[in-house]
Design a protein around this ligand. Structure first.
Ligand code: MN
Length: 236
């Protein structure tokens, strides 16, 4: 069993079960053997992804072995972030309903809970329109992927105007934690904003709360993989 291929399967299955991915969205893992390569499924619904669907890609976003399979048109999100961020080992791009309102309005995504501090204080927003004008709102080439990667900068999360979000982490358990709890934070903030003025964390509180223990990060992964009856041995 290839560890990274298994991690790609686990991430896809967990993030579907937690309401982040549906028929669309994708997750990838960088190769441990060759940091210039990464593993990502062929174009496939995340819940259906199995190890045999996972392909190896290079930093141009091309499959290492020629294939006739359909590929995700947005694989350049992954290749360009891995190129720009050597510390990033795994990436998820999604269009979760909890996050979308913050991509469609000027309401700032700020932490409102301790776990929600994973968003960070200043969540960057990438707007494809600024550099690329009218597009189909997919990230379909290296230039767009690079621009998104630059907007992400050193953060864990970048929101994408009228589109969704992309998150990065140093291992699958951390990625799932950040994806799930940034979405839960967005949902809480959205629901609270319907009732009145929201009392968000301060910048200092966000910094303090955002220093998560590894044990806390692992707790979610253990639960989510167990619920699905999956083997959760990961590369972290
Ligand atoms: Mn997308």
């Amino acid at each position: 069993m290839n560890q990274e291929r298994n991690d790609v399967v686990l991430l896809n299955r967990v993030l579907v079960a937690e309401g982040i991915l549906d028929a669309f969205g994708h997750a990838s893992v960088r190769s441990a053997a060759d940091p210039g390569r990464f593993f990502l499924s062929r174009s496939h619904a995340p819940e259906l992804v199995e190890e045999r669907d996972v392909l190896e890609f290079d930093m141009k976003g091309d499959p290492v072995e020629p294939t006739k399979e359909n590929l995700y048109s947005e694989r350049f999100i992954h290749s360009e972030i891995y190129k720009l961020r050597p510390d990033v080992m795994t990436i998820c791009h999604h269009h979760a309903p909890a996050i979308l309102p913050f991509c469609l309005t000027d309401l700032a995504l700020k932490p409102v809970t301790q776990l929600g501090a994973t968003t960070g204080w200043n969540v960057p927003m990438w707007d494809s329109r600024k550099k690329f004008g009218a597009t189909n709102h997919l990230v379909t080439n290296a230039d767009e992927g690079r621009d998104l990667a630059e907007a992400l900068g050193e953060h864990h999360l970048v929101l994408m105007r009228r589109h969704g979000a992309t998150l990065v982490a140093s291992n699958p358990a951390e990625l799932a934690f950040r994806v799930v709890y940034s979405a839960k934070n967005a949902e809480n903030l959205y629901r609270a904003s319907l009732l009145g003025k929201v009392d968000c964390f301060t910048e200092e509180e966000t910094r303090l709360a955002g220093q998560f223990r590894q044990a806390s990060i692992q707790r979610g992964w253990n639960l989510w993989t167990r619920k699905l009856g999956l083997n959760n041995r990961t590369s972290n």
